[in-house]
Design a protein around this ligand. Structure first.
Ligand code: NAD
Ligand code: MG
Length: 392
């Protein structure tokens, strides 16, 4: 039986890895929609090769190029936010959510509403709107499967287990590209330095978030929201080899670890074939060759994002949406050279503070529109913080 699949963010790092897996067994899939941004050549080539029904670019200005590239191929072309939502409403059995940033939120909700299984790489969805997203899935009998490697690892370690017996969840962190840079030099770290990851090959934004550990901060919040476990039972540990992705500790003292090579096709493939396991084209680990696995406690002076994550997990409500939007703006500010590497946390801290005076951060949000409104207000507040910093 062919499975109908759509890939949101098909031209990105996760999207291309997903296409790699699907392309190896193309007859088994009926590709509904592929979406991308500026990279029209890639989007069109994949849409044609996989015979997608529709290809969507997020940018209206790219529509003519996309139309030209798809001329006479039978693949429809579309552009813009409304087209993305329309694509997410097209019936599909499995939808990959791999747009980067809060832009991935609304398409994911639409996919759940039509009952699709949502393979969730877009961590911003759980961070900004975790309780709503999980409730949406329940309301529509839809399934969410984690694709972030740590959460896929936890999910796999939990198969057949009772959550009541789970004592703690430990996610690992490589420490990112600046792990060995002296603390005093971090404030001068460049985009190129922060954008080079020791173990994983990922998109630019998540790679820089790994260096600041905003990525791990997001993942702690993701863990809290997806597995419904109390914040004080979630830990992050630095593990430079990135071989163990996560561990689950049970009430009998057992720790179940998930090991694998740093290749996102494992987590993507697990979500694609779940609940089965199928052969995947990932390297097999040679433990004797790896030799040793190291662990160390992350220092919160070096990685203040972890401290912020703790507060966000305790507060919940609107805090995650504010945290994520502020982080996205701070990251833009760093990438464009407006603020330094360590200023990103200062922007997020200050924005959380400003927004806590705007409304009660611990108040729950009831609709996606409310989430998007908080996101929008926060972006303006974070921009104002960056402008203030630039003046000093
Ligand atoms: P990427 O930058 O490589 O790709 C992002 C994709 O989103 C592209 O297809 C781009 O065209 C699209 N996009 C960007 N802005 C958009 C917008 N405003 N509207 C619509 N589409 C837009 O990113 P990535 O590394 O593949 O990451 C994708 C998501 O998966 C992120 O949420 C990231 O945190 C998460 N994730 C990635 C990895 C990884 O290994 N790359 C691992 C775990 C989780
Ligand atoms: Mg991860």
């Amino acid at each position: 039986m062919t499975r109908r699949v759509s890939i949101f963010g098909a031209t990105g790092s996760i999207g291309q890895n997903t296409i790699d897996l699907i392309g190896r067994d193309a007859a088994a899939y009926d590709v509904v929609a592929l979406t991308g941004g500026n990279n029209i050549a890639q989007l069109a080539a994949d849409a044609i090769r996989l015979r997608a029904d529709v290809a969507v670019t997020a940018h209206d200005r790219c529509l003519n190029d996309l139309r030209d590239a798809l001329q006479g191929t039978g693949v429809a072309a579309a552009a813009g936010e409304a087209a993305l939502l329309e694509a997410a409403e097209r019936p599909a059995d499995w939808v990959m959510s791999a747009i980067v940033g809060a832009a991935g939120l609304a398409p994911g909700f639409r996919a759940l509403r039509q009952g699709a299984t949502l393979a969730l790489a877009n961590k911003e969805s759980l961070v900004t709107a975790g309780p709503l997203l999980m409730a949406e899935a329940v309301a529509h009998g839809a399934t969410i499967l984690p694709v972030d490697s740590e959460h896929s690892a936890v999910f796999q370690a939990l198969v057949g287990e009772d959550m009541a017996a789970v004592e703690r969840i430990i996610i690992t962190a490589s420490g990112g590209g600046l792990r060995d840079m002296p603390l005093a030099e971090l404030r001068h770290a460049t985009v190129a330095q922060a954008g080079a990851h020791p173990n994983w090959d990922m998109g630019q934004r998540i790679t820089i978030d790994s260096a600041s550990m905003f990525n791990k901060a997001m993942e702690l919040i993701e863990t809290r929201e997806f597995f419904g476990i109390a914040p004080d039972r979630i830990e992050a540990v630095i593990h430079p080899q990135s071989i163990i992705h996560a561990l689950v500790g049970f009430s009998d003292g057992a720790l179940m670890a998930h090991l694998g090579p740093p290749d996102m096709r494992h987590a993507i493939g697990y979500a694609l074939h779940w609940p089965d396991r199928r052969d995947l084209p990932v390297a097999r680990l040679d433990l004797a060759q790896i030799g040793k696995l190291e662990f160390q406690t992350p220092c919160e002076t070096r990685y203040p994002a972890l401290r912020i994550a703790r507060n966000v997990m305790e507060t919940r409500g609107k805090a995650g949406a504010v945290f994520n939007a502020a982080k996205e703006i701070a990251l833009d500010g760093f990438i464009s050279g407006r603020i330094g590497f360590m200023d990103m946390t200062a922007v997020v801290d200050a924005t959380l503070d400003v927004m806590s005076r705007e409304f009660r951060l611990n108040e729950a949000m009831n609709t996606l529109e409310e989430v998007l409104a908080v996101d929008h207000l926060t972006r303006m507040a974070a921009q104002a913080q960056i402008e203030q910093m630039e003046q000093h």
